[in-house]
Each structure stands twice: as structure tokens, then as C-alpha cells.
Design a binder for this molecule. Structure first.
Ligand code: URA
Length: 280
């Protein structure tokens, strides 16, 4: 192994440690490796380690689930093959069933009413990624429908001039943590492969990451929010911005202006018309 590779591994392990991840779950779900989209298998690919929940049975002609590996260092590989648009709804539905049956985090299984997979267009150009469902999301099974969700919806519709149904909204963690506490590093590591697969299926052109937990998870960094927002990042080659979580904006009105600046930066790159005045 070259010195450069050793250096990168050390750097990656250090950033995981700073993010609070002391050990990689053994065997980690993301070690289930199938880099490309399988359209030819009726059975899921061979898996090392204990069985993971299987998706609901799908018709033999349906595409099999997209599975990814998370590299130890560098950007995640979201696979070279774009999933044809007509296969995406079935793949997302199969993945949602897998998520609904997931029991990797016993504490979350005990406290959740249901999982919150995410919702929106399977061909969305833009995907928003939050942290974890709250009470209202747990009650309804839909992401961002509580107070923070109303603000996010306003940002999308009044701010960006898009319809909520045209974007995709997901969370890093798909089950509500008890008392709305932050998800633990282990819960995040357990759930992240599902988000990676959502991103790989939808392959949006842009990601908007909401808040510190989602940003540190996706960008593998311990940098504070004020060093992450206001600039472009890349996640698996997808241009990505980080902005304040809407729940934080509700608590900190001064963050509204910066959030609007971040959205304007995103809108310009997406080729959307930016209104002269900040809406609302
Ligand atoms: N906060 C999040 O991060 N996600 C939701 O779905 C709701 C609130």
C-alpha cells in the first residue's frame, strides 16, 4: 500500500473519529457490496455477513435493489449507471419496504410508530436531506410536515418557485429518535446505506443538506456549519450545498438571511429565476 493511500486512510479514520464514530459496525451494512445497478437478477446479490432484511418480493422482471459500497476514504461511489426513470418508483418502493422492516436500531424500533422513508419525485433534480423525523413525521410517515417542515415547504415553494412534489425530501435517519434527541453515530451508520441508495436511484442533479448532522454525515467532516454553508461541495459527484436546518432557522431568525443566500446560490446554479426580494 502506498504512503499516499495510508495517509488517506488515516485521514478518513480521523474524520470518522471526530464525527463520533469510534467503530464501524461489524459487519457494517454498507459492506454489502454491489456497485452497479442490477437489472438482471431475480434474487438479491450474495451478501457477506448476517442476513439483512430483504425487500418485499418483486416481479422477476423488476430491477433488483441498488446497493452501494461506502469507501473508507474519498467521496462515495454512487455507481456509474443511471437508473432508468421507469424503474425508479419500483426500486424506491422496494427500498421503502426494506426500511419499514429494518430492525438494526432496537431503541428506534421500540420508540417509532413508523419509519419515514422520504417523498417526492423519483426524477427530482433537487433533493433535500434532513436529520431525522420528529413527532409529526412519526405520526404521519411523511418527512418535514411539522413546524420545520412548513418552513421548508415555504422555502421550496415561495422561495425557489418549485412545487414540493417536484423535489425529493429525505432524512439521514428514517426513524424518530426518542424525545427528538440527536441520532447516535451508530444509528446514523446503520441508516446511511438507505439514504445512499435513495440518492443512487434518484441521482438528483443537486443536493441541499439541512443542518449540521446531515452535513457532517454526508460530507464526512467535523467542520462547523459556518464553514460549510455558503459554498459548493460535492457528494458522489453531485453538486451539494449545506444550509441551516429549518428548525434552527425557526429558533434563530438571524439565520433566515443566510439561508436565503444559500438558496439563491443554489437557484442560480440550477438556472432558476431568483426573485429580487426575499419572499416572506
Ligand atoms: N427535522 C428533520 O430533520 N427531518 C424531518 O423530517 C423533520 C424535522
Amino acid at each position: 500500500m502506498s504512503d499516499e493511500m495510508m495517509r488517506q486512510i488515516r485521514q478518513r479514520l480521523e474524520s470518522l473519529r471526530r464525527a463520533g464514530i469510534e467503530r464501524i459496525p461489524s459487519p457494517p451494512p454498507q459492506r454489502v457490496i454491489e456497485r452497479s445497478v442490477r437489472t438482471d437478477l431475480a434474487e438479491p446479490p450474495a451478501i457477506a455477513g448476517p442476513p439483512i432484511p430483504r425487500p418485499s418480493p418483486v416481479a422477476p422482471t423488476s430491477p433488483a435493489p441498488v446497493m452501494l459500497s461506502t469507501p473508507l476514504f474519498g467521496e462515495p461511489d454512487i455507481g456509474g449507471t443511471e437508473v432508468p426513470a421507469e424503474h425508479r418508483p419500483d426500486l424506491l418502493a422496494a427500498l421503502a419496504s426494506e426500511v419499514a422492516e429494518c430492525s438494526r436500531c432496537p431503541m428506534l424500533v421500540a420508540s417509532r410508530s413508523r419509519t419515514v422513508f422520504g417523498e417526492g419525485s423519483p426524477t427530482a433534480r433537487l433533493m433535500f436531506i434532513g436529520e431525522a423525523p420528529g413527532a409529526e413525521e412519526d405520526r404521519t410517515g411523511r418527512p418535514f410536515v411539522g413546524k420545520a417542515g412548513i418552513l421548508l415547504t415555504d422555502m421550496i415553494t415561495k422561495g425557489m418557485g418549485l412545487a414540493r412534489e417536484d423535489v425529493f425530501i429525505a432524512n439521514v435517519v428514517k426513524s424518530r429518535p426518542p424525545e427528538n434527541r440527536n441520532p447516535t453515530p451508530e444509528e446514523i451508520a446503520n441508516c446511511l446505506p438507505y439514504l445512499e441508495r435513495q440518492i443512487a436511484i434518484i441521482r438528483p442533479q443537486f443536493l441541499c443538506v439541512l443542518g449540521k448532522i446531515a452535513a457532517s454525515t454526508l460530507l464526512q467532516t467535523a467542520l462547523p456549519m459556518n464553514r460549510l454553508r455558503g459554498k459548493w461541495h460535492s457528494y458522489g459527484g453531485i453538486p451539494t450545498i449545506v444550509t441551516w436546518h429549518p428548525a434552527y432557522v425557526l429558533r434563530t431568525p438571524s439565520a433566515k438571511k443566510e439561508t436565503w443566500e444559500d438558496l439563491q446560490m443554489l437557484m442560480k446554479r440550477m438556472g432558476l429565476k431568483v426573485p429580487e426580494k426575499r419572499p416572506g
